[in-house]
Write a protein of this length. Structure first.
Length: 322
């Protein structure tokens, strides 16, 4: 009798925590620009949430919506996520964050991979965002001029540079203006090649072949990142030295990238989600800007296209892929 009572008590002790852990207590919606199951950036976000104690299926329900490189899908996806009544919405990219803001003015929003939150009117200022939106800025417009300078260092005689970008993305528009302002001072003519939809890449590539640019700058957003392999293959096939905004392009075989670590960016985003889930209002969380940037150079690609990266650029590189 005593043994049966002991076993019953043991089962009760063991079962109780399992039941508590299996009970989802918070819901987080994610608007992601890519395709399932997501890239290293999304995995970094989920891993960081887990490290902070938020585990999907235990004390968290995750609703992830994938735009699959089509920014026009964000409004529909944002409305769908908001209907689930999440405690927090994580909105990736400027179009994703704009869609989230238009979908709700009460549910807290953590924005990630946004070029300029103030310039795109997502928030009035960085220190006191107010309202229901906070998160991290890419500081991307200011970095655009530095990428042009890196291309000029690599190609001292550079005079005609192509820019591949999503012309419908407000964040990209700010970056393109920065590039257009910086290039003439370096004696560079900017050739714009816009893509709004995956079906427009082939047309942009054909136009680029006709123009014969000496270098290529690719701006990273939902559309271009989702189709980075096509872009990298085009640049390699046509032997065009290219610089990209994020290392995902270099990992896909691109020549070089200069920007922030997106994995670290998304990990930092998890801390915003954590604090909001624990009761901190988004209006009280200042928007963070990156302070560290990395230059990645792929020497294997340089050899493939018969290009020599200048020693000054190699000396600055944080990582060289041999």
């Amino acid at each position: 009798m005593r043994r049966r009572s002991f076993l019953t008590g043991l089962v009760s002790v063991v079962a109780r925590p399992l039941l508590v852990e299996a009970q989802p207590t918070k819901r987080v919606g994610v608007l992601y620009y890519g395709v399932p199951p997501g890239g290293t950036d999304l995995r970094a976000l989920l891993d960081a949430l887990r490290d902070l104690g938020w585990v999907d299926g235990r004390n968290l329900v995750l609703d992830i919506r994938y735009a699959e490189g089509r920014t026009e899908r964000f409004p529909e996806l944002a409305a769908d996520v908001v209907r689930q009544k999440p405690d927090v919405v994580v909105a990736v990219s400027t179009p994703g964050s704009v869609a989230a803001k238009n979908a709700t003015n009460t549910i807290p929003i953590v924005m990630l991979a946004v070029s300029d939150p103030v310039g795109t009117k997502l928030v009035p200022n960085l220190a006191r965002p107010g309202g229901n939106i906070t998160g991290l800025s890419l500081l991307a417009p200011e970095l655009s001029a530095k990428r042009v300078d890196l291309l000029k260092q690599t190609l001292p005689r550079l005079s005609r540079m192509a820019v591949l970008w999503n012309v419908q993305n407000e964040g990209m528009q700010l970056r393109f203006r920065e590039v257009s302002a910086a290039a003439p001072a370096l004696g560079i003519q900017v050739l714009s090649f816009g893509v709004r939809h995956p079906t427009e890449f082939d047309e942009a590539f054909a136009a680029m072949r006709r123009e014969h640019p000496e270098a290529l700058l690719v701006m990273a957003d939902a559309v271009t990142v989702a189709h980075r392999h096509r872009t990298v293959e085009f640049a390699e096939t046509n032997r065009i030295p290219a610089i990209y905004e994020v290392r995902e392009f270099v990992d896909a075989g691109g020549l070089m990238s200069y920007g922030i670590s997106m994995a670290e960016h998304f990990r930092r985003g998890a801390s915003f989600v954590d604090r909001i889930l624990k009761g901190v209002p988004p209006a009280d969380l200042a928007i963070e800007q990156p302070s560290r940037f990395e230059l990645i150079v792929n020497q294997r690609t340089a050899k493939t296209i018969g290009f020599t990266v200048s020693p000054s650029v190699l000396l600055r590189a944080d990582q060289i892929i041999e």
